[in-house]
Design a binder for this molecule. Structure first.
Ligand SMILES: [Zn+2]
Length: 464
């Protein structure tokens, strides 16, 4: 559905249960926005008469527009907004069949009148709707959405971390924790290590209990932190409260923490260089694979699911030791101070790109609205949005290349304290620190029969 009509109807409401027309339209617009559908026009009938025989001029006009191909679909809040009687439903089915227009209802899902099955469903729905014009469960759902839109928790409950109970003010010290955790996760740190760090520092949660990975994960994936409204995991619109994170940060966190690969970090990785070690012969990433005696190894693996040559092996212990020493040396070196300065610049640039991305998305929305109001033609709209879409794609590509160095905060020039802590850090945290500095570690071919560690086989590729 590309150019849709929204249909809303004010009906008689003796029990005061009907949904205001403004709410119907708001929900329909939100649906259109989420599905990239342009709203060409909103049709509203005032149908407050007690019986259902009254003509509906706007409904009639909308049907004519569909017939003429001006609209290729309809969005309504519920099927009962569209038809008031079986007769009206049958007429509507004829129209839909003739035009292949799509029908979507916000609370009833896709309403496929083009198939026999869909039509039967619609008839049954219509019959049910006549018996209970405003059923209870929908009202409850709607209430939940309203609460979500006001940024309130369903049924009260505890307040959201980072905000006061009324959800209209930021709690500064909690906002700092939110920002810090988000930055660390985005920089590659694990939920587990951020949690244990917060618990070690005795940072309280909202409930006063200690931090768990689930609590932290749910918190960071919440769109409310970037001032967005959310319902059932979907972002509905922008809220009125202050944001702690940017919408782009939320998007990155949700994709990162929603990624099933990431959920396997229940036990910390015991191979901190995973993903960084590459085979010098074929260039493949070497994978963690212990020897039969249990000693840890990085291996260039071949066979099903592997792309390597199968020729390069490296014991993990001495390699990790060497890399840690190299990293610690680097952190104390003059080069490194410059490197951090460069990374700080990079983070500032990332923030700028995030802002530009937001501006472009906003501009795209504005264009769609202007097109919907017929202030521009479809051709003008297509031409106008192309460069913006290109910019958005370019911004998104650039953002992926920015890697934060916030995991290194506090360690610059203090390699000694990092050295003392190193073995107490989780593998994920160690890996985050190493990968803030190193692009890859290439392992050259081994000499047959030689079993001692040969540092000359190891080539670290520094990021800066
Ligand atoms: Zn290889």
């Amino acid at each position: 559905m590309r150019v849709a009509a929204i249909y809303a109807r004010i009906s008689s409401d003796p029990r005061g249960l009907a949904l205001g027309v403004g709410r119907q339209i708001e929900d329909c617009k939100a649906w259109a926005h989420r599905h990239g559908t342009v709203v060409a026009e909103v049709y509203v009938d005032n149908d407050v008469s007690a019986y259902c025989g009254k003509p509906r001029p706007e409904y009639r006009r909308m049907c004519d527009d569909i017939k003429e191909g001006l609209r290729d679909g309809v969005i309504a809040w519920h099927p009962d907004r569209l038809h008031r009687s079986p007769k009206e439903l049958e007429d509507f089915i004829v129209l839909i069949e003739a035009t292949s227009a799509e029908v979507h209802t916000v609370t009833g899902g896709d309403y496929d009148l083009s198939t026999p099955h869909g039509r039967v469903t619609a008839r049954i729905l219509g019959a049910v709707a006549r018996h209970e014009s405003e059923d209870k469960s929908r009202r409850i759902t709607r209430k939940a959405i309203e609460l979500a839109q006001q940024g309130k928790r369903n049924g009260g409950g505890t307040r959201a971390y980072g905000y006061n109970a009324a959800h209209d003010k930021v709690v500064p010290e909690e906002a700092e924790i939110v920002k810090e955790s988000a930055q660390r996760i985005l920089a590659g740190d694990s939920l587990r290590s951020v949690c244990s760090d917060l618990n070690e520092r005795a940072v309280p949660t909202v409930t006063g209990r200690s931090w768990s990975t689930t609590v932290l994960r749910n918190m960071l994936m919440s769109a409310r932190l970037s001032g967005q409204r959310e319902h059932k995991g979907e972002i509905i619109s922008m809220g009125a409260w202050a944001a702690i994170l940017t919408p782009v940060q939320t998007a990155r966190l949700r994709s990162l923490l929603g990624n099933p690969d990431r959920r396997t970090n229940r036990s910390p990785r015991s191979y901190p260089l995973t993903g960084l070690v590459r085979c010098g012969l074929c260039g493949a990433k070497m994978v963690a694979r212990p020897r039969d005696d249990g000693s840890r190894r990085y291996v260039c693996a071949r066979g099903p699911g592997n792309v390597g040559c199968g020729k390069t092996y490296q014991l993990a212990e001495p390699l990790e030791h060497l890399i840690v020493e190299a990293v610690l040396y680097r952190i104390d070196s003059k080069d490194f101070v410059q490197a951090v300065a460069a990374h700080t610049t990079q983070e500032a640039r990332a923030a700028q790109v995030e802002q530009e991305l937001e501006d472009d998305r906003h501009q795209l929305d504005e264009l769609a609205e202007r097109y919907g109001r017929k202030e521009m033609t479809a051709r003008e709209w297509t031409i106008a949005k192309a460069p913006i879409q290109d910019r958005i794609a370019a911004h998104e590509r650039r953002l992926v290349t920015f890697t934060g160095t916030s995991v290194l905060n506090g360690y610059v020039g203090h390699a000694d304290s990092l050295r003392r802590q190193w073995n107490t850090l989780t593998a994920a945290r160690q890996r985050a620190i190493v990968s803030a500095l190193l692009d890859s570690i290439v392992i050259g071919p081994g000499v047959r029969g030689r079993n001692t560690f040969d540092p000359s086989r190891v080539t670290p590729n520094w990021k800066v």
